[in-house]
Design a protein around this ligand. Structure first.
Ligand code: PMP
Length: 409
């Protein structure tokens, strides 16, 4: 593709050049986590080697430098998500903590007896279980938005489920097991007609296509750094400013207060009031580097490359005898979940690993999504912008070999 040189990109990712089990690594486990470019590794090392300091405190040079990097990381996250206001970016550990923060803080203040939380049946457990926890406490109800056979969300059912009891809709922006990309903007507009808020889980979306929370009109949007070429342990909660400002603190401690006494404690403005304690400073340095790296790429070309590779992989996998693909919604991301007749998913992933091919097997933390297809477990190959036709060909050749050996035995 013009404007997109995948070989140049691959050179920036050291892990793509290692071997596993004596074979060149074929990394097809991007849904679990993405590899890190050199720039990210260097930013983390630099923070610890020569830039170590806490942020927002101490009047010395290194504290100021660390604070600047930290706040630039916030600004990069705001830019990635399309909000002009960096104060709408709250640093958290990852998507899981972001959803728990909203459920515990916004949920506790806004949910009551008989209220309904609509949760799509495609959600990762991290955008379902926190809602079950708070629903139980507030005596509210979690109601599933069902799936169609191709993995799309059932929009007719969604319209029927929406009502004046609906207080929140929890939606993935891209399913980690089906690859489905729901029509989030339309679904959000519908929810808003009933005064419901919408939380969008962008964990699998942000690395694959440009996102604009303003255009989506999402109330909350979350992602994990480690799935967008940044370190583990750092993630982002976006929230509309008025919502964040009205939310009670999630955790109490340092950094989040205005003044403290035994009589009365007042809190800092957002986002700091929702960021108690010392944050993951090296993680933000890595996130800043990852987002700068990404914004230096032609993102439309990267998305086009992934779309072409996804279509190629779907067609190539379909040629393997006995292979069944799960989820073929139009516009899906490069998440290829499948079963191979006569093989157990865990064993199949193990056999691929012997050939240096990393895929995931299991329930993918989305048991209801697999259950909708009558399954408990499947294999998942998931693509990123640095994957190639060669990676897909290696996977398909390995599957063909395993299939032939299985059929013969
Ligand atoms: N949502 C989706 C769609 C995911 O794929 C994942 C990670 N597999 C998560 C949420 C949870 O992310 P984390 O474990 O980084 O909090």
């Amino acid at each position: 593709t013009s404007g997109f040189d995948v070989e140049a990109i691959r050179r920036e990712f050291p892990q793509l050049h290692r071997e596993v089990n004596g074979r060149p690594l074929v990394w097809l486990d991007n849904g679990a986590t993405t590899l890190k470019p050199r720039q990210v590794v260097e930013a983390i090392a630099e923070h610890y080697a020569t830039g170590t300091s806490n942020v927002h405190r101490g009047a010395h040079t290194l504290a100021k430098q660390a604070t600047q990097i930290y706040e630039e990381g916030r600004a990069e996250a705001a830019k990635l998500l399309g909000t002009p206001d960096p104060d709408e970016i709250v640093f958290v550990r990852g998507t899981t903590e972001a959803v728990n923060l909203v459920a515990q803080s916004w949920g506790r203040a806004n949910l009551g007896l008989g209220d309904e939380i609509l949760v799509s049946a495609a959600e990762h457990h991290s955008n379902l279980v926190p809602w079950q926890l708070i629903a139980k406490e507030r005596r509210a109800r979690v109601v599933p938005i069902p799936l169609l056979p191709d993995g799309q969300l059932d929009q007719d059912a969604y319209r029927d489920l929406l009502g004046f009891r609906t207080k929140l809709v929890a939606l993935t922006h891209a399913s980690n097991v089906l690859g489905t990309v729901p029509p989030v903007a339309e679904m959000t507009a519908l929810a808003h007609r009933y005064g419901a808020k919408v939380l969008v889980d962008g964990a699998q979306a942000v690395s694959h296509f440009p996102v604009d929370v303003t255009a989506l009109d999402a109330d909350f949007y979350t992602f994990s750094g480690h799935k967008i070429f940044a370190p583990t342990g750092i993630g982002v909660l976006y929230g509309k400013r008025d919502l964040l400002e009205a939310m009670p603190p999630y955790q109490g401690g340092g950094n989040m207060i205005d003044s403290v006494s035994f009589d009365e404690t007042t809190y800092a403005p957002v986002p700091h009031r929702l960021e108690a304690g010392t944050g993951h400073i090296a993680g933000v340095a890595g996130l800043r580097a990852a987002l700068r790296y990404l914004s230096g790429l032609d993102r439309q070309a990267a998305t086009a490359h992934e779309e072409q590779l996804t279509a190629y992989a779907m067609a190539a996998l379909a040629t393997v005898p006995g292979l069944q693909l799960i989820g073929n919604a139009p516009g899906k991301i490069g998440v290829l979940t499948f079963l191979l007749a006569g093989t157990d998913p865990i064993d199949l992933a193990g056999a691929l690993d012997q050939q240096g091919i990393a895929v995931r097997a299991g329930h993918h933390c989305a048991q209801p999504a697999l259950a909708a297809f009558g399954l408990q477990s499947a294999v998942r190959a998931s693509l990123a912008l640095y994957n190639t036709v060669q990676d897909v060909d290696d996977l398909v050749a390995a599957l063909q070999g395993i299939q032939a050996a299985t059929a013969a035995s």
